[in-house]
Each structure stands twice: as C-alpha cells, then as structure tokens.
Design a protein around this ligand. Structure first.
Ligand SMILES: Nc1nc2c(ncn2[C@@H]2O[C@H](COP(=O)(O)OP(=O)(O)OP(=O)(O)O)[C@@H](O)[C@H]2O)c(=O)[nH]1
Ligand SMILES: [Mg+2]
Length: 186
C-alpha cells in the first residue's frame, strides 16, 4: 500500500536543500521520533528546539559538516508526505515502540511500503526499538521476527534498543549515525 496525497499538501512541506545526504526519521505515530530527534540535536548540536506540527527539518553538526535531519509525523494523514523526503535520505531511522505489540504488524507494513521506494535503495537503515524502560517491552529478537527484518534482501540494516526516557542505548544510536556519516565521506 502506498500513501500519495494531494499536491497542495505535499508542496507545503517539501524538504529544502538539494543534496542527497539527509537523515530521515520515520515510524508510526507515538513511536518516539520527535523525542529521538530532540535528543540527537542536544547531543550533536548542544541544544534542542521545538518541533513543528507536521514535519521538522533539523541540521546536525557531525565532524565539522552538517547533516540534514527530517522528523515527520507518523499518523496516517502525514504518511502521504513521507515520499517527498526519500530522494534526499542517505540514512533512514525507523523508530518502533517496543511495548506496542499490537501495532508492530502495522509498523511492519508501513516499513515495507517505505522500502519499496527505489529512492531509498541505498539508504542505510536503522530500526530503533524504543521505550525499553516500559513494562512488557519486547526484546530485539522478537521485534526482528515480527517486523520480518530477516526477510529484507540486499539491504544494509541494523537494530538498536533504547529508552529515550532513561537515555539507555542512545549512545549506540549516535555511534551508528557517526559511523554511517564517516563511511559516506570516505
Ligand atoms: N516511556 C517512554 N516514553 C517515551 C520514550 N520515548 C518517547 N516517549 C514518549 O512517547 C510519546 C510519543 O513520543 P514522540 O516523540 O512525540 O513520538 P513521535 O514518533 O514523534 O509521534 P508523532 O509525531 O505523533 O508521529 C511522548 O509522550 C514521549 O514522551 C521512551 O523511551 N520511554
Ligand atoms: Mg513527532
């Protein structure tokens, strides 16, 4: 299933800039994308800023260069604008709520739809299994199974567990982003 929306809505929130070197943060609503975005901004830039309503564009300072980051809302209505960002994404982070077992099948379908877009064929993919502080949080192995990640073919991907509330695991995500941006420069 693909989400394509009215042109007027799409044009309102087109990403700026032309390089294909951005970091795109996607996932279902309530997964923790904006919380992760603000944390990354604090870590890389030393400060956070409030997110806008539908999509927010950030600039992270990594190794004396800038990485554009887009955090787009994950509710059904806003998913139709996601494809406008695919061409600019070199890195894709897909955030899931590890305690929300009921919505993991929805997350799987949504990720599947995203990865069908060939603009993202070369993007490095990280699944962030968030909310590890919560009771009933599923282990990474279960997330991998339920999301069918082992069936992804011809794609570099990884999974990191974290709690954005306690900060546990966030450094691993930062290191992963760092390694991908450094690798891309070589
Ligand atoms: N317990 C817990 N709550 C979290 C964690 N990360 C985020 N939250 C909470 O989850 C809720 C949703 O977080 P957001 O970052 O707004 O989620 P989002 O993915 O940006 O959601 P949309 O913008 O609606 O697509 C907020 O109340 C956060 O405080 C976490 O690691 N643990
Ligand atoms: Mg958000």
């Amino acid at each position: 299933m693909c989400f394509h929306g009215p042109l007027s809505l799409i044009q309102r929130i087109l990403p700026t800039g032309s390089q294909n070197n951005g970091l795109l943060i996607l996932g279902l609503d309530n997964a923790g994308k904006s919380t992760l975005t603000e944390r990354l901004s604090e870590i890389f830039n030393g400060k956070a800023k409030a997110a806008t309503v539908q999509a927010s564009e950030w600039s992270l300072r990594i190794n004396n260069s800038k990485l554009k980051l887009w955090d787009i809302n994950g509710d059904l209505k806003n998913r139709m604008v996601w494809p406008n960002y695919y061409q600019k994404a070199r890195i894709l982070i897909f955030v899931v709520d590890s305690k929300d077992a009921v919505r993991l099948s929805e997350a799987r379908c949504v990720l599947c739809d995203v990865l069908l877009h060939e603009e993202l064929n070369k993007a490095a993919l990280l699944i962030v299994s968030n909310k590890k502080d919560t009771q009933g949080s599923l282990p990474a192995s279960t997330i991998v199974d339920l999301m069918g990640l082992n069936h992804l073919q011809g794609r570099e991907w990884d999974i990191k567990e974290c709690s954005l509330q306690t900060d546990k695991g966030v450094q691993d995500i930062v290191d992963w982003i760092f390694s991908k941006t450094t690798k891309a420069k070589k």
